[in-house]
Ligand binder design. Structure first.
Ligand code: G4P
Length: 199
């Protein structure tokens, strides 16, 4: 997605070979116009998947997910991160370990918001090691619903998340695929998917 890649090049800060800071449009301040274009791009890529619901993880997944939900006309559920829960009867829960932050969170979704009839599009802001996306996929499966696909705003292709997700049989679509952050430079994998047009 060209607009996203241009914005990353203009505003992204390479903090290390592993970490890209994008807090001026995605992780802290949010650029609504860009988020709407991101929502449209997800809608195009998952057209034909009969998506009934979007599932994301708080907090930075919410903005792109709401815009995708708006364009696709489906509800958006965000999994909540909790330290540890005692009362879990009404919740689907999974442990999600963050390699980047070196913490483990229990993520939870109310059983009221996922039904076996749902076809769920999972959306997240970053794909690094795939732990968050796969944790959400496990929650969808626990609910007896189907994973329609996984949509990622920024994939760090030099980490193994995308490969892990594909190995588990899920379709992953990333709007920007970062090949490397070496030498303080963002380099993209220059292939647009079947979307056909750049936006
Ligand atoms: P994974 O889910 O793919 O395994 O990724 P990982 O555990 O490494 O990432 C955990 C958190 O770190 C996520 O945020 C993710 O968005 C973020 N993250 C990973 N790599 C980068 C990066 O290069 N740049 C930025 N800006 N963030 C990165 P989170 O804990 O869910 O926080 P938030 O959603 O509240 O922002």
């Amino acid at each position: 997605m060209q607009l996203l890649k241009d914005t990353i090049l203009k505003e992204g800060l390479v903090l290390s070979d592993q970490v890209l800071k994008v807090d001026s449009f995605l992780n802290h301040q949010i650029q609504p116009h860009l988020m709407l274009e991101i929502g449209k791009a997800f809608s195009r890529r998952f057209e034909g998947e009969a998506v009934t619901k979007i599932l994301t993880l708080e907090s930075s997944g919410i903005a792109p997910s709401v815009m995708a939900g708006l364009v696709m006309n489906v509800p958006v559920v965000f999994a909540r991160k909790q330290k540890s829960l005692t009362l879990k009867d009404d919740l689907w829960t999974e442990q999600v370990y963050s390699f980047t932050k070196q913490t483990s969170n229990e993520v939870a979704v109310s059983k009221r918001f996922l039904a076996p009839s749902d076809r769920v599009l999972i959306i997240d802001d970053f794909l690094a090691h795939g732990e968050a996306a796969l944790g959400m996929a496990r929650i969808v499966e626990l609910a007896g619903a189907a994973v329609a696909g996984i949509g990622i705003v920024i994939e760090k292709s030099f980490q193994q998340g995308a490969e892990k997700i594909k190995q588990q049989g899920y379709r992953v679509e990333s709007l920007a695929r970062v090949a490397s952050l070496e030498n303080g430079q963002v380099r993209f994998i220059e292939t647009e998917s079947q979307e056909g047009v750049s936006c």
